[in-house]
Design a protein around this ligand. Structure first.
Ligand SMILES: NC(=O)c1ccc[n+]([C@@H]2O[C@H](COP(=O)([O-])OP(=O)(O)OC[C@H]3O[C@@H](n4cnc5c(N)ncnc54)[C@H](OP(=O)(O)O)[C@@H]3O)[C@@H](O)[C@H]2O)c1
Length: 249
């Protein structure tokens, strides 16, 4: 049952977040589309979504008040919230042997702010508008489990967001709120573009027996299932979406 459900998706003007917003709107959700950088692009995306009642909100998730206000602004207009998708994130290289100490500090601070504390703050605000049957879906990564040698802060924050989701699943189940994490491998977006160039890209495609990386729609399909009331019993799960490129028990 999805009709009329109200979902905030962070980082929804491009990449995986855009695919999630489009999928949820097509499924009958009202979508709260969050963006940071490009207001014109975000407005065009909002206007292109099927259905009605969609809303737009700007926030830099590094700013705690902005993260809270984005949720409160949308949820207050709707009179509640059923789904939060913590999708926005950054992936920046900082290999330990090639990064000076100042840069090392900056990369860790940024990754923690955007990939972990930002979603934690958005979630803090969201649960205050949610009732039974609501869902929180966090965007993790395969890198949390197999390691991210050139982006260790990314791997660490994605492991942390998965652990955050498990803690909240334990806490919020008593209120009928389900919390899950999706862990994709490489997905064809701007974030992955550089990594897919040339021979390195070929090697990465070959990691999956499908011989390719994911399309954003394929991740959106997993999120759509986890956002629905049908999947409440999945709460606490970390769902791999990596084309069998990395298998774990
Ligand atoms: N692509 C992959 O291979 C892959 C694999 C595994 C997991 N993931 C995860 O999937 C999620 C989406 O990735 P993507 O591939 O769609 O990346 P993307 O195309 O680079 O998009 C990143 C999104 O995050 C938002 N964002 C970045 N910094 C922000 C900040 N400080 N405040 C608010 N929003 C911010 C961006 O908003 P603006 O554009 O408005 O700045 C953008 O919407 C991320 O959590 C990523 O870690 C991606």
């Amino acid at each position: 049952m999805t009709d009329g459900r109200r979902a905030i998706v962070t980082g929804a003007s491009r990449g995986i977040g855009l695919a999630i917003a489009q999928r949820l709107a097509a499924d009958g959700y009202r979508v709260g589309l969050h963006y940071r950088s490009d207001a014109d692009l975000a407005r065009r995306v909002l206007d292109s979504l099927p259905g009605e009642g969609h809303l737009l909100a700007h926030a830099d998730l590094r700013e705690p008040d902005a993260a809270r206000d984005l949720v409160d602004g949308i949820a207050t207009q709707w009179g509640g919230l059923d789904v939060l998708v913590n999708n926005a994130g950054i992936f920046e290289a900082h290999p330990i042997d090639e990064t000076d100490f100042e840069e090392w500090q900056r990369r860790w601070t940024e990754a923690i702010a955007v990939n972990l504390v930002g979603p934690a703050n958005v979630t803090w605000a969201a649960v205050r508008h949610m009732g039974p049957g609501s869902s929180i879906v966090n965007m993790g990564s395969r890198g949390a489990f197999r390691g991210e040698p050139t982006c260790p802060a990314y791997g660490a924050t994605k492991a942390a967001i998965a652990a955050f989701g498990q803690s909240l699943a334990k806490d919020l189940g008593r209120r009928g709120i389900a919390v899950t994490t999706v862990a994709p491998g490489f997905v064809d977006t701007e974030m992955a573009a550089e990594a897919m160039i040339g021979e390195a890209g070929e090697i990465r495609r070959a990691e999956s027996p499908f011989g390719r990386i994911a399309e954003p729609d394929e991740i959106a399909a997993a999120v759509a299932f986890l956002a629905s009331t049908e999947s409440a019993w999945m709460s606490g799960s970390i769902v791999d979406a990596n084309g069998a490129s990395y298998l774990r028990m």
